[in-house]
Every structure is written in structure tokens, then in C-alpha cells.
Design a binder for this molecule. Structure first.
Ligand SMILES: NC(=O)c1ccc[n+]([C@@H]2O[C@H](COP(=O)([O-])OP(=O)(O)OC[C@H]3O[C@@H](n4cnc5c(N)ncnc54)[C@H](OP(=O)(O)O)[C@@H]3O)[C@@H](O)[C@H]2O)c1
Length: 308
């Protein structure tokens, strides 16, 4: 698995990471075995980046029970700010963030994580500063090695411009390119931040957007991306486009040098294996395809703001 320098953190991140919101919301404790198998498959293949959050259901529990003993094999990123499963308190307060980090360490069965990110709060919360202070104190206490921001649009620009964070996580993919067109990713890279790409394959909708697939619904979360993909395809066939839609989506996102690690979300071990194989064997996709996808996004983007 290819690795790249993750900003100025001194860590070399695998280009493919594991997004862990799906297993947290779709698995139950009885699925621990499948979760452990999927995590070990990823780590054995050279993936060294795991992204979870306090509010991803049982995600942190599954990671802790599954691979705590392999803690040195991965860069462990979590998030704070929302009220986690079964926790009390108010979102986006200093105390909520402090308690959330301690809870994450307990569930992940580790004395430190590598990264705690603010989970997509707005500029008002960032400017208030309490939650940033909570993160900085956790870093000083050795509970986390780095602090970061996960979010989009104006708030993501605020976070990068502030110089307070070592990493940025943001939505970026084949039908979601504002992180490129707004200069966000380039600016973050220029400031030595590590960049983490969420929603990196647009929920897997690119292949589903082919007219012959006859799919009009990709679920509440991904249908907006499906509609964008259909609009992009409506401009006509794309010469030399790979047959596999997931490969094209991975190729677009990882074709961007300002995208360090793509945290693809999956609950399916065979999808995990396919994604690993495509990154190891089938990239890059043709530059001409990436250029065409960029031109079409810029042509069609009227109100395609970044989706959280
Ligand atoms: N605000 C935030 O901080 C925020 C917001 C969104 C996401 N995230 C992070 O980013 C991660 C990824 O985002 P995402 O899950 O929204 O989007 P994504 O990674 O672009 O897409 C995930 C979807 O693609 C499917 N998929 C994966 N590999 C596939 C394959 N080989 N073939 C067919 N389908 C495949 C998965 O279904 P299967 O389970 O069937 O594979 C899942 O439905 C999340 O897990 C989370 O860690 C963070």
C-alpha cells in the first residue's frame, strides 16, 4: 500500500484509510467478529489509518475490542463535540469535549490517540474557542498527539486559516470538488496540514449513475450525489473512463496530490479487499479522464457546496 507524508506530522499515511462510521451505525456488538476481520484485513494489507468518532454508535467499541493489541500498527483518529451514545451533556461545550476524549480512550482501549478532530462544528463554535482549548489541553496532556478539524465550506477555511490545527478532514470526490476549486486542500497542504478525505468515493454512486443502471435512489445520504453524477454523465460519454465506477472514483480522489488519505467507509470485507487491490494494482486512471471530470464539475457547479 502506497504511503505519503501526512502533512508535517512526521507520519507516513497509507493512501487508503478506513472510514468507520458505517460499522458504528450498521453493526451490533454481535458483529464484532466481522468488524475484527475487516480491520485486520485492512492492517495486514498495509492500511495504517483508522478514522472513527465518539458519535459513530459502537464504532469505537468495535475498534477497541478488535485491534487494540495492534495499536502500533495504525494512526488512530477520532472526533469529539457531539453527544456520544449514552453520554449526557450539551454539544460543543468545553466539558463535553473533555469527557468525550476520555471516553474515546476508554472504548478504544488505548492511553492515547493520534488525532482528535472537532466533528464539523460551525464558525461560531470555533470562534468561541472553548472546544479548541479542550483539544489543546488534551494534546498537552498526551491524550492525543495531534488536533484537527473535520468539516466543510466556510468553517473548513476558517480552521485552515487559523493555523491551530495539524490536520483537515473534508468532503472531496468526483462530484464534490469544491475543496479543490475553492483552494481549500491546496491551502491546507501549503500550511503543512495533513489532509483526510471523507466521502472519497461519493458513497459509491458513480457506477450507479450510468443510465443503463436504472438507479434513481441511493438512499437519503447519497442520493444528492447520485443526482450530481447523473448531471455529469448527461454531458456525454467520457473517453477512456474505466468500466468500474469505484475505480474511477478512487482514481479521481487519489489522483489529487493534495489529498493525503482517502477514508473509504465500508461494512463489507470483500469491498475492503477490492478497494485495496484497486489502489495497489489499478491506479492511476487516465489523466484525460480526471481533466474531463474537473471541467464538467466546474461547468455544472452552481450550488454544489460541500456536503457534510
Ligand atoms: N463530518 C464528518 O466528519 C464525516 C462525514 C462523513 C463521513 N466521514 C468519514 O468518512 C468516511 C467515509 O465517508 P462515507 O462513508 O460517507 O463515504 P464513502 O467512503 O465515499 O462511501 C461509502 C459507501 O461506499 C460503499 N462502498 C465502499 N467500497 C465499495 C466497493 N468496493 N463497492 C461498492 N460499494 C462500496 C459503502 O457500502 P458497503 O458498506 O456496502 O461497502 C458505503 O455505502 C466515514 O466512514 C467517516 O469516517 C466523516
Amino acid at each position: 500500500m502506497q504511503t505519503v507524508p501526512f502533512g508535517n506530522t512526521g507520519f507516513n499515511a497509507s493512501r487508503l484509510g478506513v472510514g468507520l462510521s458505517e460499522i458504528g451505525s450498521q453493526f451490533s456488538i454481535s458483529d464484532q467478529g466481522q468488524a475484527t476481520t475487516m480491520l485486520n484485513t485492512a492492517l495486514d494489507a498495509g492500511i495504517n489509518f483508522l478514522d472513527t468518532s465518539a458519535c459513530y454508535g459502537i464504532s469505537e467499541i468495535l475498534v477497541g475490542k478488535g485491534v487494540a493489541e495492534r495499536r502500533d500498527d495504525y494512526f488512530l483518529a477520532t472526533k469529539a463535540g457531539h453527544i456520544a451514545l449514552g453520554a449526557a451533556g450539551e454539544e460543543w461545550t468545553y466539558q463535553t469535549v473533555v469527557d468525550s476524549i476520555d471516553r474515546s480512550l476508554r472504548l478504544l482501549q488505548t492511553d492515547h490517540v493520534d488525532l482528535v478532530q472537532l466533528h464539523s462544528c460551525g464558525i461560531d463554535v470555533l470562534e468561541k474557542g472553548d472546544v479548541i482549548r479542550a483539544l489543546q489541553e488534551a494534546e498537552q496532556a498526551g491524550k492525543t498527539r495531534f488536533i484537527g478539524y473535520s468539516g466543510d465550506n466556510e468553517a473548513a477555511h476558517w480552521a485552515v486559516d487559523s493555523g491551530l490545527f495539524a490536520t483537515l478532514q473534508t468532503s472531496y470526490n468526483i462530484v464534490e470538488q469544491r475543496a479543490r476549486t475553492s483552494g481549500l486542500l491546496e491551502k491546507a497542504t501549503d500550511r503543512g496540514m495533513g489532509t483526510i478525505i471523507k466521502r472519497p468515493i461519493a458513497g459509491g454512486v458513480w457506477g450507479k449513475s450510468r443510465p443503463e443502471a436504472g438507479i434513481d435512489d441511493a438512499g437519503h445520504y447519497n442520493t444528492p450525489y447520485l443526482l450530481r453524477a447523473k448531471a455529469v454523465r448527461a454531458l456525454g460519454p467520457i473517453e477512456d473512463e474505466p468500466a468500474d465506477g469505484i475505480l474511477t472514483a478512487l482514481g479521481y480522489t487519489l489522483g489529487d496530490p493534495n489529498a493525503n488519505v482517502a477514508i473509504v467507509g465500508t461494512t463489507n470485507p470483500s469491498h475492503m479487499a477490492t478497494n485495496i487491490s484497486q489502489i495497489d494494482n489499478d491506479l492511476p486512471i487516465p489523466d484525460s479522464v480526471i481533466t474531463e471530470l474537473k471541467q464538467r464539475f466546474e461547468q455544472l457547479d452552481k450550488d454544489w457546496t460541500q456536503r457534510t
